[in-house]
Design a protein around this ligand. Structure first.
Ligand code: ARG
Ligand code: ZN
Length: 879
């Protein structure tokens, strides 16, 4: 091991900043060979800090310092220390101005943190710690300052110059250069700073707020993308209205800007007044974006907009509090998406992600609480736990308090903490104070890592008519945390009679008309609940709407699951019963001979779904999706991926064979007639068609082949075109596959977002996505190592979604991934550290696999100059 061990940062060592910054004056001189950054900080000692006379400490990273001056006098070399990762001035007055000039090289910045170039434009990403790559600064979120930013650049190449707030001055300079000055009246932490300079077209719109103020809305994109802005602009307006209606939050600046950039490590960023998006999360047209993309764009536009209150007006005290803004904002955007479409479908999608990926994280070597206690590299903590589990925790508070008290709590939170940098505890306190509820035990959700296991046993006393539930909770050990305390779990449930009618839940012998649904509050390791007045043994419907992020264990029989699939009044649980049944059927086939019978009632149940037009078609479309391989792996003790893959394929082909005619009929019935629509019904219809097509193509059905070719040729939207392409690519019709891939590429080769889809269809395909073909894709002219979307769409999709190919018993998939991770670590550590995730789960797999995965990880560990990002993940995974 040749890397020095990076430092661990602990929450318990938090100290208030010794110095505060009231104002920041920035001047950027942008050139092709670099940029000069002039910064003037108005600094004063923090009266709340105990460290009187402490040195001034400013963070820095990859900066070339040109000069430092204090109150106008240039400091001599002995008066400060330039440590590379910091600038330290040992002796400073109580209050002063510090002027720092640095030189940076955005054109060589491949990490995409700080100021960098993406297809010819300058842009920034400062969260979490990117601002220190621009200039020396106390780069921590509890230092909040007003920013004034002047940008100077060549006018021909960079006619558009943007930063946070309002533009207050602009003008011409010598040599064809120009400048624009921006002023942001709201104090903010440096992570919310943004700058953009480029040759961009401007899309204009306006929004009138609830108090009647007119806000200018602007999107800035490269000219070739001018036609792909309308959907995001509308989504923005819907978000602004929704946040007023549901949370009483009005927008605060006079202008709100969105910029699309092609090279971006994450999805998007909520910089004050100037949101910057990964192109793939904001640009869309009917021709180029799938339904899933449209939905993702709507959710992300809303997410970033909602951050203006939950994140910017009230921000995080330190990065351990990241979920304060992310968990709450994901909860808000999921409520918004539920309101815009089908709440049940949105819930199914969120829970699928949570159970597949967050539960796996919680069970893996990087498991951490929603509020972590330590980290080495904060970029590694932009996780499913912080985001999705954090959102589930807020959702539980919402469920415990109810709509009205939750709104009272959020109002109090925003009012009490406006303009402050606060903690998750402050959030919970506001909810407590507004509602009068005691959430002290509930706070354990923020402190304890791991997914609680809730096991349920039931009994029935026919003589007394009493049905009993014994419910136990247990939270598994996670790295560094053992012997956990029971958590406060809201457990929604109901009971059904044998006809499928909901039964009143009478919890005492005298009660008569109990409610049809109850939220049991689990606070102890074990509880017993009794339900009275029941003439027959009921069927329990447990954890309705997934009321808490836990694993439920109950010995469901297949009869019970089939029954719940068609009778549970809770749509989520109907879907969940179907998933559990399919999981049970697939699991029971793992490792059995090819001829073993597939549970015939599964096909019967799906036939019913396919043919009952009275059912909610959006729900049916979801119910027909078999559990993914990733989910099956997550559920397994010692996963044998090829065996799981084979069992799932057998079930899929069995269903396709048994349901041939029903699938064809479903396809014909739902095939789009008339104009393209983007509502939930049309989306459900396309999903049903593409599922039917995919199943039929898995058994190389000739009629399906013709339908797929026809759909591919005549589709008027990307969902259908890609659905047909995917079906062809995953079929045995090799010649059709090649032809379709070729013609698709020819048609869309100049559209990077579509090319990413084209890459990922191949990289995820059991037929087309074997390693030799993946290596060819990496040589394709459209592939670009510097573009994170391209890397994700080939390498990330192969390792994360093409499980059978990645887990090739010869270990070639693991060696491949390790090699790519090492190569990427030198240019973009954040991407390298994300991409390595599948290998970190090595303990999850059968020995023949896990030993090779571990060896691949050890290879990465021994690389020279391991980044801090990768160091943390690899070392923790091997520990
Ligand atoms: N705050 C952004 C969002 O969730 C994500 C920024 C993540 N940046 C990072 N370097 N990890 O909306
Ligand atoms: Zn966010």
């Amino acid at each position: 091991m040749r890397t020095n061990q990076p430092q661990t940062i602990y929450l318990s060592e938090y100290k208030v900043p010794a110095y505060l910054v009231d104002h920041v004056d920035l001047r950027f001189e942008l050139f092709e060979d670099g940029a000069r950054v002039h910064s003037t900080l108005s600094v004063r000692r923090n009266p709340e800090s105990a460290e009187a006379g402490a040195p001034l400490f400013l963070h820095g990273d990859s900066l070339k310092l040109e000069s430092v001056a204090l109150n106008g006098s240039v400091l001599a070399a002995g008066d400060f220390e330039d440590r590379g990762d910091a600038l330290i001035v040992p002796s400073v007055p109580e209050q002063f101005e510090l002027q720092v000039v640095t030189w940076i090289e955005p054109q060589n910045n491949t990490r995409l943190e700080g100021l960098y170039k993406s297809s010819g434009m300058f842009c920034t990403q400062c969260e979490a710690e990117g601002f220190r790559c621009i200039t020396f600064y106390p780069d921590r979120p509890d230092v909040m300052a007003r920013f004034r930013t002047r940008i100077e650049a060549d006018k021909g190449a960079y006619p558009v110059l943007l930063s946070n707030g309002n533009s207050v001055a602009q003008g011409e300079l010598e040599n064809g250069r120009h400048f624009v000055t921006w002023e942001d009246p709201f104090p903010k932490p440096a992570y919310l700073f943004a700058l953009v300079a480029g040759d961009l077209v401007e899309k204009k719109n306006t929004f009138t707020t609830c108090s009647g103020r007119n806000i200018d809305l602007r999107m800035y994109v490269e000219p070739r993308n001018a036609q792909k802005c309308d959907f995001a602009m509308d989504a923005l307006k819907r978000s602004m209205r929704w946040d007023e209606d549901v949370y009483g939050r009005e927008y605060d600046l006079d202008i709100f800007m969105i910029v699309a950039v092609d090279d971006f490590n994450m999805g998007a960023m909520e910089n004050k007044g100037l949101n910057i998006f990964n192109s793939s999360c904001v640009l869309a047209s009917q021709d180029t974006a799938t339904d899933a993309t449209f939905q993702r764009i709507e959710a992300i536009v809303a997410h970033e907009y909602f951050h203006n209150w939950s994140g910017n007006r009230v921000t995080c005290r330190d990065w351990f509090q990241l979920s304060l803004k992310e968990g709450f904002t994901v909860f808000r955007d999921s409520q918004f998406s539920a309101d815009m479409g089908s709440p049940t479908v949105k819930r199914i999608e969120d829970v699928t992600l949570l159970r597949t990926a967050q539960f796996a994280e919680d069970a893996g070597p990087m498991a951490h609480p929603v509020r972590p206690a330590s980290y080495m590299e904060i970029s590694n903590f932009y996780t499913l736990t912080i985001y999705e589990k954090g959102a589930e925790v807020v959702r539980m508070i919402h469920n415990l308090l109810g709509d009205e008290l939750f709104r009272k709590g959020s109002d109090l939170y925003f009012e009490r903490h406006d303009g402050q940098a606060v903690t998750t505890d402050d959030f919970v306190k506001a909810m407590e104070d507004a509602s009068g509820r005691d959430l002290s035990q509930f706070r354990l959700w923020y402190e304890q890592a791991g997914t609680p296991v809730v096991s349920v046993e039931d009994d029935y006393d026919a003589d007394k008519g009493v049905y009993g539930l014994t419910i136990r909770q247990n939270i598994p050990d996670t790295p560094g945390q053992t012997g956990k305390k029971p958590q406060h779990i809201p457990f929604a449930m109901g009971l059904l009679d044998s006809k499928g009618q909901p039964l009143p839940l009478n919890i005492s012998a005298g009660e008569q008309d109990g409610p049809l649904e109850r939220v049991l509050e689990l606070t102890e390791a074990e509880h017993r609940f009794e339900f009275h007045g029941l003439a027959e043994r009921p069927v329990p419907s447990l954890l309705r709407d997934f009321s808490a992020p836990v694993r439920v264990q109950y010995p469901w029989s297949r009869e019970q699951l089939l029954f719940l699939m068609s009778h549970d009044p809770d749509g989520f649980n109907r879907w969940d019963a179907g998933q559990r049944l399919a999981v049970d059927v697939i699991q029971s086939l793992v490792g059995t001979p090819e001829q073993a019978e597939v549970e015939p009632r599964l096909a019967d149940a799906y036939r019913k779904l396919l043919n009952d037009a009275s059912l909610d078609q959006a729900l049916v479309a979801k119910m027909l999706l078999l559990p993914s391989e990733a989910y099956l792996v997550e559920l397994a003790e010692q996963a044998d991926v090829p065996a799981i893959h084979a069992a799932r394929e057998r079930v899929l082909k069995h269903l396709a064979q048994e349901l041939k005619d029903d699938l064809l009929a479903c396809y014909q019935r739902n095939r789009e007639q008339g104009d393209y629509q983007l509502g939930p019904d049309a989306i459900a219809r396309r999903s049903l068609c593409n599922t039917a097509l995919g199943w039929l193509m898995s058994i190389d059905d000739e009629r399906a082949r013709e339908l797929a070719l026809e759909q591919f040729r005549s589709a008027d939207n990307m969902t259908d075109r890609l659905g047909a392409l995917r079906a062809l690519v995953n079929s045995g019709f090799a010649a059709d596959r090649e032809q379709a891939l070729e013609s698709f590429y020819q048609r869309f080769s100049d559209d990077p977002q579509v090319v990413e889809l084209w890459f990922s269809v191949q990289a995820s395909s059991g037929q087309a996505g074997q390693l030799p073909h993946i290596l060819q894709l990496l040589e394709h002219p459209a592939f670009d190592w510097k573009n994170p979307n391209k890397v994700r769409s080939v390498v990330g999709v192969f390792a994360g979604q093409n499980l059978a190919a990645f887990h090739n018993p010869d270990g070639s998939g693991y060696q491949f991934l390790a090699g790519q991770v090492c190569r990427l670590d030198d240019s973009n550590p954040q991407i390298a550290s994300r991409l390595v995730t599948p290998l970190t789960r090595w303990r999850k797999f059968a020995p023949a696999y896990s030993s090779q995965m571990k060896a691949a990880l050890e290879g990465i560990r021994d690389k020279d100059n391991l980044s801090r990002d990768l160091y943390e993940v690899v070392h923790k995974s091997l520990a």
